[in-house]
Structures are given as structure tokens and as C-alpha cells.
Design a protein. Structure first.
Lengths: 293, 545
């Protein structure tokens, strides 16, 4: 029984990939992200972590780029290249984890509110509205101030503030799916809530959620960098905290552009890649965005 | 005298990803002023493509051969400006689906005035006066010009479409399925209106539909299209009473005449019907409604009775047809019987006991009473294979004993043979009739005792219609399956039903055996429904409105 289902899903995935491939921007973004993810996972094996330690760092403070230090050194004499590469780990981890949190909460709230309707929907949507109008950065800052300073608090703070858009999107899509007659048929067959949500609603909502997810990752990475730049982050090395330290150690007045540019450019590239991939996925998975056929 | 419209060896080919498709092949047709020609055919027969080619409204992927002469002038050779002038001021179209052909955010008066402003350059005041004149011609009050489309009923919207088509006083009007989405009484009004316009103003009318009985009542000549060809053409009465081509015969048989003993218990189906077995006239009542009321709140908050006190019984081994206009509460009644809608008062009883309201009780009840929806195109999840769709019911109810066997048996019972060939297909790979069979198979997989079918053939082609009705009748005769068939089509009731319940404004005004209700109607509304059916009687081409 399940063989044709899987065969069909595989065929659908192949078809989606074929369409995705025609989008050069999306393809470039995906390649860059894949490279970065693989590198981040292997980083502890490739990078000598002594170079990241203030105590064991060998360079002198704020050295300009040279043969030994391709991107110069920071105020403690550590290689900026190593720091930037290592920072990708935290930025990606925060980006993915916060997105997962926000997408899970958003999908749950969206589907439940659209499926059950009535007062449940009213309550959930008012809660969503509440989080939607909260200034995300301020809320995250407050959370950071109240909770212990660590990477997980950052993830929490970003996740909590970014789910409402997903919830709205999922709710709209669920409402449109639930108005189709095959849902009525399923109810007449005796299908309960779990059956209708699991068999009919989620399979048609998830592709959109997936496309949205990639966009949320980019947003989460920016949010993490912003918070870290404002001094609200854990002790881990991230691109945002590098910028923060560069700012505080007077790298700007010292004209140490090599300390500021790498983390900044890294943020731009990663976020750009996720946005490109997200947009490309959206066109592939959301038939309404496809041009005339 | 030059004919108003002449098609000479018209051919249209569409370029698609799957190669070239010949939609229309070698069509010849001529229309004189004051004449009405009907084009009949099923979906995909090319009739709408013919319409589009007259005003050159075809998509870019279409290649046209042959000639279209509009008042002697070749449409294909017209320059762009000339074509624009010809559109609407010489020939206009009443598009199908009045529900969607009007712009929902503009007042209908403005929409009728649009071609006037474009073609005649009339001032706002002149246009307004003309709009009122046009509305009067289609029996609408001038105040309706200020209405938005959603404030009008289906029939009123269709009349607005006709007023729009008449705006620039064209010589030729092409009506593409103008009454398909309307119910019988409104349809009769619209047909009457079109007939009067032809008579009074001497315009030429091309009338396109899949319903031969409508053409019989309106047209002097009929052309029957099948797979892009005109397979039969001739005098309307002759074509309908003595069809020569197989396809015309199928179309004619699909719309039986109420009272014709030949079509009683005999839907147009290719498969033989089983013999009627021994029937117990007092077979037990399976499903019944007692004093059933369903009220909705309208926007103002006041209660509207969709169903107002209905008593109805459906017995084992019996098909009951529930007929009525759209908006009469038929569908609400069906949904309430299935437990999909809570009754405001009264109750639904199954097999003597009240229908449970608890979740698990309702689930068990739904194994017994199953639903077949109107539009099979949307009643199946497009992502699910036939197997999954049919197996959905048994899975919900945890009937996992031999699931493949159940599915195959259900598909066989719904006459999709060989069943194995259909298991892995997706809905979009099936025809409309096949999809409706899959929906029926999905219901049968639960081995129900009552099937509630909401307009089961309304969105199907004429030739498929007879097959699906035949299936319902066979299921009753072979399995004793009770059926409640909701329809606006009295011919359907005559074809397969044992009893008819006529619903009007939320109440059953007449219930009884088919012969009694349809041949000797007692209630005025039943008489009105019967009178509104298009009649092929030649003396009665335009029934007095």
C-alpha cells in the first residue's frame, strides 16, 4: 500500500527539485548554506581551538591582514578569520533552533485556531495579535535581562517573538483547505479532528510552512546578531558579539576595518542565501505565485 | 441576404505540452437574423471554443483555420481597431457562470455601462438612462443598477449579464450555457426573456448548452457537437424526437421527459439493470426526521429558518428524491440528517433510535449513513490516490481486516472495473464520472445502509449522468441500499426514485410516490416546478411567462 504513496512523494520531490534548479539565485543560496552547514559541523576538527582562546592567542592586538593572519587580528590578538568561521556555528545554531521553536508554535496555533474556530480561534488569535504588536527587539531584550545570559535564552527570546507571522500564514492556509468539500466528505466518513488535521490539513499546509521557515531562519540570524551587538548574548563567539567587541574595543576609531567587515559580510551573505532559497521554495511550492502557465 | 454569422470549415487547434489538440474540426454553421441556433455538446466537445473564435477571444496557443464571417466580414482578417469595434457592438456574449463573470466590487449599473462608454462614448447621464432602459428590458427595476453582484440572486445576475450583452444593441448574441447554474424556475424565466428579445428585436441568437431539452424549448435549429465535430444538425424538433447519431441519442436520453413510461426506472445506462426483486412495501424505516428545524442567524442577528419543521422517512430498499429550488433548504436538511449540522429543534432518528450526539456515537452512526457530494472534482483530496480515498473510511473506523480486499470490492461495486487499474491513480487523472464513482466507492467501503447524495449528477456530463443514476438504482436493487437523492432535476426523480419529497422554503410541501406527485401534483409549487421544465412541444416554443 505505502509503496505507491512513497513513489508519488518521491516523484513530487524530484519535480520540486527540478523546478527549484531553474532558479539560479535559490541554487546559489542553497549551495552556500550547505557548504556553511557542513563546515560548521566539521569546524571543531578543522580549527585549532587554542587560536580562539584569549590566553593562548599568538598574535598582537589589531594586526592588519597579513600572510599569517589573512584577516588580521582582534584586540586580544586572535585571528579574525578563525573567529568569523567559528562564529558561523553559533549564528546557524541560533537561527535554526529559534526557527524550529517559532515554526512549531506557529503551526500549532495556526492549525488549531483555524480548525476549531469559535472561541478557541478568538482566544488564540488575540494572543497572536498581542505578540505581533510587541516590539520584538524590546521583548527579547527584556527576556535577556530577566533570564540567565546564555545562547538558549537568545533562542527562546527570538522564537517567542517570531512565531505570530507563521501562525497567521498557517491559519489562512488551513482555513482555505478546510473549506474544500473533501473535508466535508472526510467528516461524513466519520473522521475526527486528528484524522482531518493529520491526513488532509497538514500535508497541504506544510510545504508552505517549509518555504516560510527558510525565510524565518534569516530573520532569526539577524535578530541574534542585533541582540549580541547590543550586548545581550551568551559567552559564545558569534558574529554579533564580534561586532559588539569590535565596537567596544575602539576598532572603529583605530581604523581596523578588517575586524568589522568579516562578521558583517558573513551576516549579509548568510541571510541573503536564506532569503534567496526561501523565495525560490515559495515559488516552487506555492502554485499561486507561479507565473502564467 | 448575407447571414449574420457564418462559420466556414472552422478548425481550432491548441498547442499544449502534450502535443497538438484539435478542439474544433471543420465546423460549418450559418445564422440568419431573427433565428436561434442551438449548439449542444458535452464538456470538451469544443462548443465554447467555437464561441471564443467568433470574437477572436481564443488564447495565443490556439491556431484557427477556416473562416468566421460576421455579417459578411472575415473576423480573422479584421485589424485590431475594427475587431474592438465589432466586439460587443456587433456581436456580444453572455458568458457562462454569471456568478463569476461579474466584477464583485463594482455596482452592476456601472458594469452594464462599461461597453456603452467604451463603444458609443456616451456621457454619464446618457449611459445611465440607457442602463435603466436595458434593465427594464430584462425585467429588473432601475434601482438594481445600484446593487453589487452579491446582492442579486443567480437569476438576477444572469439577467444583468444579458443586459450587458445587449448594451450596444448587437445584431448577434452568443449565449454560452446561460442557464446551467440556475434552477428550473429561474431557468424558465431566463429562457423566456431570451426568446422575447429574439422575437421583438430580430437579433440572431447562438445558444450553447449541454442540455438538449433547453435547446428544444428555445431553438429552431440544433447542431450537436462531439469531439470537435458537428455530428448532427437539423430542425430542433427532429433532432430531439428522432436523433440519428449515437451521441445525440445519449444526450436526448439523459434528460427524460417526466411522465414518459419508457424512462421510468430506466436511466440512460449501457449496463443492463438487474430485475426488480420482491419488494416489501412496508420495509422498515431506516432514517427519519421528525419536526426537524434548523435556524441560522443572518447578519442582522435575526433567525432564518433554513429547515422549518420537516418530517421525512427513508425506508430500506427505497430511493427518495428530495427536490426543490436552490435555497429551499435541501442541502441543510441533508447535512442535518448526517449529523454535520446541529438541529435547532426536532430530531433525526436512525433505525428507531435518536442519532447520538457524542463524538464516538456519531462516528458509529456515520458508518451506517453515508454522503455523496455534488462536485466530485473537489470531493476528493487531490493528493490522495484512489486507494487512499476509498480506504479512508475503513481506516477511520479501524476496520483493518483485509483493507485491500475491501477497497477493491467497493470499487467493483461502484463499477470501476478492473479495480486494480484505478488503485494508484490520482483524482486529476480520472474523468468526472469516474471521480464520482470513487466518491461512491468510498461511501460503499463502509457498507452503509443509507446513501445521502447531494446533487450527485449536477456537475457531470449528460452521458455520464445516466450511468451514475443507473449505478444508484442497481445498488438499491442488488444491496437494498436506501438512497436520499437531493436534486433540482425532476427528470432524475422520474428516472430512479420511488418517492418524491418537494421542498419549498424549508418545508416539505408534498411527499408521495413519484407517479402521484409528478403526474398529479397537488401543491402549487410542485406544479410550478413541473411547468418550468423545458418542454419540447413544438407549439409551445415560448411558454407564456
Amino acid at each position: 500500500m505505502s509503496a505507491p504513496v512513497w513513489a508519488r512523494r518521491r516523484a513530487a520531490a524530484v519535480q520540486a527539485w527540478r523546478e527549484f534548479r531553474t532558479n539560479t539565485g535559490g541554487l546559489l543560496g542553497a549551495a552556500f548554506i550547505a557548504l556553511l552547514v557542513v563546515f560548521s559541523l566539521l569546524a571543531p576538527l578543522l580549527i585549532d581551538q587554542d587560536g580562539l582562546n584569549v590566553v593562548t592567542a599568538t598574535g598582537s592586538p589589531l594586526e592588519p591582514p597579513s600572510g599569517a593572519y589573512w584577516l588580521g587580528t582582534d584586540e586580544s590578538g586572535r585571528s579574525v578569520l578563525l573567529l568569523t568561521l567559528w562564529g558561523a556555528r553559533v549564528s546557524l545554531l541560533v537561527g535554526f533552533a529559534a526557527t524550529l521553536l517559532s515554526v512549531v508554535v506557529g503551526t500549532l496555533v495556526g492549525v488549531v485556531s483555524a480548525h476549531f474556530g469559535g472561541w478557541i480561534s478568538a482566544v488564540l488569535m488575540r494572543i497572536t495579535d498581542f505578540f505581533l504588536v510587541l516590539p520584538a527587539l524590546v521583548l527579547a531584550a527584556v527576556l535577556m535581562a530577566v533570564l540567565p545570559k546564555s545562547m538558549w535564552t537568545v533562542i527562546m527570546a527570538i522564537g517567542v517573538t517570531s512565531w505570530p507571522t507563521t501562525a497567521r500564514l498557517v491559519r489562512a492556509q488551513t482555513l482555505s483547505v478546510e473549506s474544500r468539500p473533501y473535508i466535508e466528505r472526510s467528516k461524513a466518513l466519520g473522521g475526527g479532528h486528528t484524522h482531518i488535521i493529520g491526513k488532509h490539513v497538514l500535508p497541504s499546509v506544510l510545504p508552505l510552512v517549509f518555504a516560510n521557515t527558510t525565510l524565518v531562519v534569516g530573520g532569526s540570524i539577524i535578530a541574534e546578531s542585533t541582540l549580541a551587538f547590543l550586548g545581550m548574548s551568551g559567552p559564545e563567539i558569534s558574529w554579533g558579539s564580534m561586532l559588539d567587541r569590535a565596537n567596544q574595543s575602539g576598532a572603529v576609531t583605530a581604523g581596523a576595518w578588517w575586524y568589522l567587515l568579516p562578521p558583517g559580510v558573513a551576516i549579509v551573505l548568510v541571510v541573503l542565501s536564506f532569503t534567496l532559497v526561501g523565495r525560490a521554495l515559495e515559488t516552487v511550492l506555492n502554485p499561486r505565485l507561479k507565473g502564467d502557465r | 441576404m448575407t447571414p449574420l454569422l457564418e462559420l466556414q470549415d472552422l478548425g481550432v487547434t491548441y498547442r499544449t505540452a502534450g502535443g497538438e489538440v484539435e478542439a474544433v474540426r471543420g465546423v460549418d454553421l450559418a445564422l440568419e437574423p431573427g433565428e436561434t441556433v442551438g449548439i449542444a455538446g458535452e464538456s470538451g466537445s469544443g462548443k465554447s471554443t467555437v464561441v471564443a473564435s467568433v470574437l477572436r477571444l481564443l488564447p495565443k496557443s490556439a491556431k484557427v483555420t477556416g473562416r468566421v464571417l460576421l455579417d459578411g466580414e472575415d473576423v480573422g482578417a479584421m485589424r485590431w481597431g475594427r475587431l474592438r469595434a465589432a466586439r460587443w457592438s456587433e456581436a456580444s456574449v453572455v458568458f457562462q457562470g454569471a456568478m463569476h463573470a461579474l466584477n464583485p466590487v463594482r455596482r452592476v449599473g456601472k458594469q452594464i455601462a462599461e461597453p456603452l462608454r467604451l463603444h458609443t462614448g456616451a456621457s454619464a447621464a446618457e449611459a445611465e438612462a440607457r442602463v435603466h432602459e436595458l434593465l427594464a428590458q430584462v425585467d429588473l427595476s432601475a434601482a438594481k443598477a445600484k446593487a453589487y453582484p452579491h446582492e442579486l440572486s443567480g437569476g438576477q445576475k444572469q439577467r444583468v449579464m444579458i443586459a450587458m450583452a445587449l448594451a450596444c444593441a448587437p445584431q448577434l448574441v452568443i449565449a454560452d450555457e446561460p442557464t446551467t447554474a440556475l434552477d428550473v424556475i429561474v431557468q424558465a424565466q431566463v429562457l423566456d426573456l431570451l426568446g422575447r428579445l429574439v422575437e421583438e428585436r430580430g437579433i440572431g441568437l447562438v445558444f450553447i448548452t449541454h442540455d438538449l431539452s433547453v435547446l428544444a424549448a428555445t431553438c429552431s435549429r440544433i447542431a450537436v457537437m462531439y469531439q470537435g465535430l458537428i455530428v448532427e444538425t437539423g430542425n430542433a424538433k427532429e433532432v430531439i424526437t428522432a436523433p440519428r447519431h449515437e451521441h445525440t441519442k445519449a444526450l436526448a436520453a439523459a434528460f427524460p421527459e417526466v411522465g414518459d413510461p419508457v424512462s421510468r426506472y430506466a436511466p440512460a445506462t449501457a449496463e443492463p439493470l438487474p430485475e426488480e426483486g420482491e419488494r416489501d412495501p412496508q420495509s422498515p424505516v431506516l432514517l427519519s426526521a421528525r419536526e426537524l428545524r434548523v435556524h441560522f442567524r443572518d447578519r442582522a442577528g435575526s433567525a432564518v429558518a433554513a429547515v422549518g419543521g420537516v418530517d421525512l422517512d427513508v425506508r430500506r430498499d427505497e430511493i427518495v428524491a428530495l427536490v426543490g429550488q436552490s435555497g429551499s433548504g435541501k442541502t441543510t436538511l441533508a447535512r442535518t440528517l448526517l449529523g454535520l449540522q446541529k438541529p435547532t429543534a426536532g430530531g433525526v432518528y436512525y433505525d428507531g433510535g435518536p442519532v447520538p450526539t457524542s463524538a464516538s456515537g456519531l462516528r458509529d452512526y456515520r458508518r451506517r449513513v453515508q454522503l455523496v457530494l455534488q462536485d466530485p472534482n473537489s470531493a476528493l483530496n487531490p493528493r490522495h490516490t484512489v486507494y487512499e480515498s476509498v480506504a479512508e473510511g475503513p481506516r477511520i473506523h479501524g476496520l483493518d481486516a483485509d483493507e485491500p480486499g475491501t477497497v477493491v470490492a467497493a470499487l467493483e461495486a461502484a463499477e470501476l472495473r478492473p479495480a486494480e487499474q484505478y488503485l494508484t491513480r490520482l483524482p486529476h487523472e480520472l474523468s468526472g464520472g469516474q471521480r464520482q464513482r470513487v466518491v461512491i466507492a468510498g461511501a460503499l467501503a463502509l457498507n452503509p445502509s443509507v446513501l445521502v447524495a447531494d446533487e450527485p449528477v449536477a456537475s457531470l456530463d449528460a452521458s455520464v449522468r445516466g450511468e451514475i443514476l443507473g449505478l444508484l438504482l442497481r445498488l438499491r436493487r442488488q444491496l437494498g441500499l436506501a438512497g436520499l437523492v437531493i436534486t433540482h432535476d425532476l427528470g432524475l426523480a422520474w428516472n430512479i426514485a420511488d418517492r418524491v419529497a418537494v421542498m419549498y422554503r424549508g418545508e416539505l410541501v408534498e411527499v408521495g410516490p413519484v407517479e402521484q406527485v409528478l403526474l398529479e401534483p397537488r401543491h402549487d409549487y410542485t406544479r410550478a416546478l413541473l411547468a418550468a421544465m423545458p418542454s419540447p412541444e413544438p407549439d409551445d416554443v415560448w411558454p407564456a411567462g
